[in-house]
Design a protein around this ligand. Sequence first.
Ligand SMILES: [Zn+2]
Length: 104
Amino acid sequence: MTEVTFETIAVKRKKKGVINLLGRVMLGLFGLFGFMLAAMLILTIIGIIPGMAIMASSLLFIGIAFLDMQEVRCPYCGKKVGVHKRAEDFECKRCKRTTLLDWQ
Ligand SMILES: [Zn+2]
């Protein structure tokens, strides 16, 4: 039986108020704008690839703005991943590896 070990990263929990209400609204609007732009790009078919990329980052913005989310970096491949502040671990969207979170 092989033992599966996961990488654990220490993450500083950002205090509430780092992003104030105005910041959240701006981030949310930016995310919504990006989302609409991405939807239009995807509809043109030619723009489907950049459209998907913009949509993914827009959703991340919206997530940070409206949910209690924070960006962390995958220790395996370096991809930035949005995680919920109560999440115990996350699976990287790119490399599919699980990382445990040690909130501080
Ligand atoms: Zn990764």
